[in-house]
Design a protein around this ligand. Structure first.
Ligand SMILES: [Zn+2]
Ligand SMILES: [Zn+2]
Length: 258
């Protein structure tokens, strides 16, 4: 079983306190962590959330020297159009095995903040899916599109609601296909936020459009969510006839069978 959890955070992300050492104890295989990069982070009072790349690399190099090189480097880029230039300049000259692309906020608030509850859900969906498509179009070099439902986690969105946005979702998936990115099954979204039926629908749409690249990530911020509901997500992919996951080393895609 060579596939691993392709979305995890350690204390190198401000919303996690977990250590590499604890994750290493969970498996004898490979690990990757995907730490946050969110400029003007609404969730962080508007401050920049910037991965300390030097410290991150140093820690991984030190652990890899005694753990057979089991740790890979990753980053989760939270995109806003306003931060495009800062993101590009941050990534310049840095080495990652995988770059996740996410939309967490619209430049004013994060989609998990309570202000969302007072808004018209359809207006939020329109804005959020538009920002997702723009992010994929504009940010070159990302490998995985993460948690497509992040912007609607707080909303009471049903499958019927989501289907109304099929044209928007097709635009997003077209952009993902054009960039040869993988589509993430975010297992906390699916089984903690209970959006598995929304994922099932999106997976079907993506496959119908020719999509083949899937990534599974728990979005763990502690070992308690490491490989969260992986068996369920894999069973779902198998139902669709999917036989492998797309993983990245040095940002080159390869398939691990499931
Ligand atoms: Zn995220
Ligand atoms: Zn994350």
């Amino acid at each position: 079983m060579g596939y691993y959890d392709q979305h995890m955070h350690t204390h190198f992300s401000p919303d996690s306190a977990e250590s590499f050492e604890n994750y290493l104890e969970q498996t004898e295989g490979l690990l990757v962590t995907t730490e946050h990069l969110d400029f003007h982070d609404a969730y962080n009072g508007g401050a920049d959330t910037v991965l300390d790349y030097a410290a991150y690399s140093e820690k991984i190099d030190a652990l890899n020297a005694i753990h057979d090189g089991r740790i890979r480097r990753g980053i989760e880029v939270g995109y806003t159009p306003e931060s495009h230039a800062q993101i590009m300049s941050y990534l310049e000259g840095k080495t990652f095995d995988v770059i996740l692309l996410s939309v967490h906020q619209n430049g004013r608030y994060d989609y998990l903040q309570p202000i969302i509850d007072e808004m018209d859900p359809k207006a939020v969906m329109r804005e959020y899916f538009g920002l997702c498509t723009e992010a994929v179009h504009k940010l070159d070099g990302a490998n995985v599109f993460s948690h497509f439902d992040y912007g609607i986690r707080r909303l009471p969105v049903t499958l019927v609601d989501l289907r109304e946005f099929e044209p928007h979702l097709k635009q997003l998936l077209n952009a993902i296909l054009a960039k040869e990115m993988a589509l993430e099954l975010n297992t906390r979204s699916m089984y903690e936020y209970q959006n598995a039926d929304l994922y099932r629908y999106l997976i079907g749409l993506y496959i119908e459009m020719g999509g083949t690249r899937f990534s599974i990530g728990s979005d763990a911020h502690s070992i308690h969510k490491y490989r969260y509901h992986f068996d369920d997500a894999i069973a779902l992919l198998r139902e669709f006839g999917v036989t492998g996951l797309t993983q990245f080393k040095d940002r080159i895609a390869y398939i691990e069978p499931i």
